[in-house]
Ligand binder design. Structure first.
Ligand code: NAD
Length: 369
């Protein structure tokens, strides 16, 4: 039997936990080492998941006999970590956003190309079962021609409860804000929208949060070559108007049934992750509850719940890692090229630029995804 690929993790914060949980059951890889400058955290994670802890990733790269690394560290450190791994001939999975600047992204892509290593962009949403199924339906023409894709995330506990990702992720004054904002979260959607509909973004406009600044509402509009429009709206420094059970609002019992005690155990419970993505077409629409692992299709025939297969959150991180491992074993191109991460960053930074110029920003043709 082929021995598992030896994986090292760079960065052992929040998302590393989700990755490690998602990797459970994968026999093609083994996490043998992990590095984080917070030595206590590295030791705790190493003991819990059975890998060698390091406080400096360069020492780990030199000593741990790795095949590949997953770069899960603060955003500002992605470039140096990817370059260091590539220089040692190690394949790379890098979390989103790929980097904080296009120059950094170019340097990372160039380093991996020069050293002949694979570079998978960690667009984990592509591996969420209802998102993947939605793409299948869209590509099969189930909702006709896609006209609009949207995601809105509003809600927190006012400005006092707002949690900035911090200047250790995003340097002060540059793109930043919260983990539910445009550059850190919206970039997921900026990657999957063109991938879902098979049409590239041609122009963007918007308004984005700066790292360390007073929070404000953010938005981004994307125009696609097909004529479709993408729209994102984020503000988690205000209060949500979501109602209990709204995550299943279109599916659960009616308010009357609930009030009359006729709902039984049919739906109606609060979903832990009620966030959703909406896709509207000329012949139908899709509602994707990406973390609740639900997918609904509406056509003139009515509303149906579409079965999805695959592991829900945090399974997407396992699927992502399995995808990189397979491309290494089979020596074929990765499923999500680093250029897709660069393209998504280019689009988001374009929205920031439009805020300064007051004009829409056109993107050069050439989507890689
Ligand atoms: N795909 C997803 O759904 C998803 C979800 C959350 C976060 N993320 C991304 O994952 C990355 C990490 O986010 P997080 O939420 O885990 O942040 P975090 O702040 O919880 O953890 C980041 C970790 O990186 C460590 N670090 C800093 N400098 C380092 C260095 N030089 N070498 C090694 N480690 C270093 C920090 O000590 C910290 O433990 C970000 O790019 C973020 O956007 C992705």
């Amino acid at each position: 039997m082929t021995p598992p690929l030896r994986v090292g993790l760079i960065g052992l914060g929040n998302v590393a936990l989700a990755h490690l949980e998602g990797y459970r059951g994968l026999d093609q890889i083994q996490v043998v080492a992990g590095a984080d400058p917070r030595a206590d955290r590295a030791a705790m994670m190493g003991a819990r998941y059975g890998f060698a802890p390091f406080s400096d990733y360069r020492t780990m790269l030199a000593e741990a006999r790795l095949d590949l690394v997953a770069v899960l560290s603060t955003v500002v450190t992605h470039r140096e970590a990817v370059e260091a791994a590539a220089e040692r001939g190690l394949h790379v999975l890098c979390e989103k956003p790929i980097a904080i600047s296009l120059d950094d992204a170019d340097r990372m892509i160039d380093a991996c190309r020069r050293h002949g290593v694979k570079f998978l962009y960690g667009s984990s949403y592509r591996f969420l079962p209802p998102v993947a199924k939605a793409r299948e339906l869209i590509r099969a023409g189930t909702i006709g021609e896609v006209r609009l894709l949207t995601e809105t995330f509003i809600g927190g506990h006012g400005p006092a409860g707002y949690h900035d990702m911090g200047t250790h992720h995003y340097p002060a004054g540059g793109p930043g804000g919260s983990g539910n904002g445009l550059v850190d979260h919206g970039i997921h959607l900026v990657d999957i929208f063109p991938w879902l509909i098979g049409s590239e973004i041609t122009a963007v406009s918007g308004r984005g949060q700066r790292s360390g600044a007073t929070p404000m509402a953010e938005y981004m509009a994307m125009e696609f070559r097909s004529g479709a429009l993408g729209h994102l709206v984020y503000d988690d420094a205000t209060w949500s108007t979501d109602l209990p059970s709204e995550g299943l609002f279109s599916w659960g019992p009616t308010w009357d049934q609930m009030a009359a005690g006729e709902a039984g155990d049919r739906g109606g419970q609060w979903q832990q992750h009620p966030g959703s993505i909406r896709v509207y077409g000329s012949e139908g629409a899709l509602r994707i509850f990406h973390y609740a692992n639900l997918l609904f299709l509406r056509t003139k025939a009515g509303i149906t719940q579409v079965p999805v297969s695959g592991r829900p959150m945090p399974g997407q991180f396992g699927a992502e890692m399995a995808s990189l491992a397979a491309s290494i074993r089979e020596d074929r191109p990765v499923d999500i090229p680093a250029e897709a991460g660069r393209r998504a960053l280019e689009a988001v930074l374009g929205a920031y630029r439009s805020m300064e110029t007051g004009e829409r920003v056109r993107l050069e043709p050439g989507s890689p995804s």
